[in-house]
Ligand binder design. Structure first.
Ligand code: FPP
Length: 258
């Protein structure tokens, strides 16, 4: 797998794409027009991630809570997903970007699932860049699904009942073969996490941008990555420990989750 060009480039960026509705409202347009423009931003963002050498890009495209929206908006979002997958698969293949999903995708409409399966199969062998679409995703649902799977594995004798390592449990999350996000970006000015990657973002840096998703440009993305590069990630240690190699050498390894 290609390393990002610099250590200050995050391996994995996850984005809460928010503000499509407000973008449209500001212009007197229907909400769906904001989502349509949001798809263009998705295309641009995938391209920028690739240019920046970001290996994993996760986009929160549809949450478990989004079913509560008016039926016509849910239908339009599903239609846009189908449209995106039909139109973008060839570009993903050309750019060698693998598609993955997280979430209860089995509950998506058949026409979306079929396109997803087609694109996932067409891009399955690529390793340098991965686009993860969070679809019918919610962290709490993910933890419930993981707990059921974990309990079944304990009952089957595959995991010791007294195994309390986070890594064992994390192997039952939707993200089992994905690294944790280093940087989470949310557009629209809201400063909430909204049930997104709550477990995986335990040590992520957050950047909240006061712009709506359709306006999120390559420059905004680069500025967020530059902001990430300025942050000191301590993972529970002190700043002095990080700056002193001798002190760092004396630190016991991180026992995740304790
Ligand atoms: C949040 O804006 C956005 C969504 C719930 C959907 C995001 C979907 C897309 C960008 C298009 C489809 C996705 C892909 C990957 C092709 P909002 O509607 O909550 O905005 P508001 O808070 O201003 O109402």
């Amino acid at each position: 797998m290609a390393e990002p060009e610099s250590a200050s480039v995050p391996h994995h960026v996850a984005i809460i794409m928010d503000g499509n509705g407000r973008w449209a409202k500001q212009r007197g347009l229907p909400r769906i027009e904001g989502h349509r423009r949001g798809v263009e931003t998705v295309r641009r963002t995938i391209e920028t991630a690739r240019e920046l050498g970001i290996e994993y890009l996760t986009l929160y495209a549809f949450s478990v809570e989004n079913w509560r929206r008016p039926q016509d908006e849910v239908g339009a979002l599903m239609g846009l997903l189908e449209y995106f997958l039909k139109r973008e698969t060839s570009t993903l293949v050309k750019n060698q970007v693998r598609l993955r999903t997280i979430g209860r995708t089995d509950l998506l409409p058949d026409f979306v699932r079929q396109e997803l399966e087609r694109t996932i199969a067409a891009t399955a062998d690529f390793t340098e860049h991965t686009l993860v679409l969070a679809l019918n995703y919610g962290s709490r649902t993910e933890v419930l699904d993981a707990a059921k799977s974990y309990a079944a594995a304990v009952a089957a004798g595959e995991i010791a009942a007294d195994d309390d390592s986070w890594e064992s449990f994390a192997r039952h999350l939707y993200t089992k073969d994905l690294p944790d996000p280093d940087l989470v970006i949310r557009t629209s000015g809201e400063t909430r996490v909204s049930n997104f990657l709550l477990m995986q973002a335990a040590y992520a840096e957050f950047v909240f941008l006061p712009i709506f998703w359709p306006d999120f440009s390559a420059d905004h993305f680069k500025a967020a990555v530059a902001e990430f590069a300025k942050r000191e990630r301590r993972f529970g240690r002190t700043g002095d420990q990080l700056r002193s190699p001798a002190a760092t050498a004396a630190i016991p390894p991180l026992v995740a989750g304790r």
